[in-house]
Design a protein around this ligand. Structure first.
Ligand SMILES: C[S@@+](CC[C@H](N)C(=O)[O-])C[C@H]1O[C@@H](n2cnc3c(N)ncnc32)[C@H](O)[C@@H]1O
Length: 323
């Protein structure tokens, strides 16, 4: 496998594994659904792809994409939007089919590092957490949602076992003064845990709740589901679908999609008939994980999983009755 060196301060997660698994063809068109800082896009273009269409909903990513445009010219197109609208975004520029789609989910390094974006509990910033910088922000949510709704969000999207206790603590705090900063919220969450509990924790006590608020506000799981189903009609035969996930909620969706679409779903339908209606083939049974070296260099890679599937279009048509 070739090794692509990481030259920017942003660390594209599992870059070598992604480029290798994408199986890039010289005349191929590829979609990078999560442009971010352009780590994958630049590498795909450097490998000789004919065209990369990159998508990102963050206006800051759009600004950054001008550097890629300058370097690669007509081989690169940036589309500002949500990948849940994948098909329409591509249709708007006259692209119906592509040879590969890659999604690297979650937030980018700049989104996490810039306190102003409000994604990090480690940095004091406004309670924002919106990737698109549009719509209701985290402050609006934590200051107005009911106890039950907050608890449900923490449980459903953060798998936080203390979801009710945390929701109650938030309501009590906001009755005194509206919540406005990330560190204020992180402290409220932290204080719901005993010293003994905190001593045992491997992650910051606010990690799960911050993840939950972010997933809910940005509608991350439904966007993922919708883009996966659209990929069926967008990928050419043998085109590859790659998704890098960072937590079990995302990974479960991707795993289930590949399983169902490749005829591995538990079903009473005979196995060979299931194959007949498959749309994808799983390229690896288990997800690809980052190397130990990468995890040592980039702590964010530690929870990453890469799943790869290949579009499978059955060539012969089912028997058609003559009319
Ligand atoms: C982990 S970063 C991608 C980093 C990128 N692979 C690189 O090497 O620079 C995820 C990016 O995807 C964007 N994003 C996340 N969900 C999105 C969605 N549903 N639609 C469009 N962009 C999304 C975020 O704004 C962020 O910039």
């Amino acid at each position: 496998m070739m090794t692509i060196s990481n030259t920017s301060s942003h660390y594209p997660v599992m870059l070598n594994e992604v480029i290798f698994s994408l199986n890039i063809k010289k005349n191929g068109i590829y979609v990078d659904g999560t442009y971010g800082v352009g780590g994958y896009t630049n590498a795909i273009l450097d490998q000789g792809a004919k065209h990369v269409v990159a998508i990102d909903q963050d206006p800051d990513a759009k600004k950054r994409s001008t550097a890629t445009k300058k370097k690669y010219g007509p081989a690169f197109t940036f589309l500002h939007g949500n990948f849940k609208n994948l098909k329409n975004l591509l249709n708007d520029i006259g692209v119906d089919h592509v040879d590969g789609i890659v999604l690297d989910l979650g937030v980018s390094s700049p989104q996490l590092d810039e306190a102003e974006r409000g994604f990090s509990f480690k940095k004091e910033g406004p309670l924002d957490m919106r990737m698109s910088q549009k719509g209701p922000d985290a402050a609006e949510l934590v200051n107005n949602a009911s106890e039950q709704d907050l608890a449900t969000i923490f449980w459903r999207y953060g798998e936080e076992r203390k979801s009710y206790k945390i929701a109650r603590a938030i309501i009590a705090a906001r009755d005194e003064i509206p919540l406005s900063t990330t560190t204020q919220l992180a402290d409220i969450i932290k204080n719901t845990f005993s010293q003994k509990e905190k001593a045992k924790m491997k992650i910051h006590p606010a990690t799960r709740c911050f993840q939950a608020l972010r997933i809910y506000l940005n509608e991350e799981l439904s966007s993922l589901e919708s883009s996966l189903s659209q990929s069926i009609n967008i990928l050419n035969d043998k085109g590859r679908l790659l998704v890098v996930t960072f937590h079990s909620l995302e990974d479960r969706i991707v795993k289930r999609f590949i399983k169902e679409q490749s005829g591995q779903k538990a079903s009473t339908m005979p196995k060979d008939l299931q194959k007949n209606i498959s749309t994808f083939k799983a390229i690896t049974k288990k997800p690809i994980l980052p190397t130990e070296e990468e995890c040592a260099e980039n702590s964010r890679s530690r929870s990453a999983k890469l799943r790869v599937a290949q579009r499978y279009i059955k060539q012969q048509q089912l028997y058609k009755k003559e009319s």
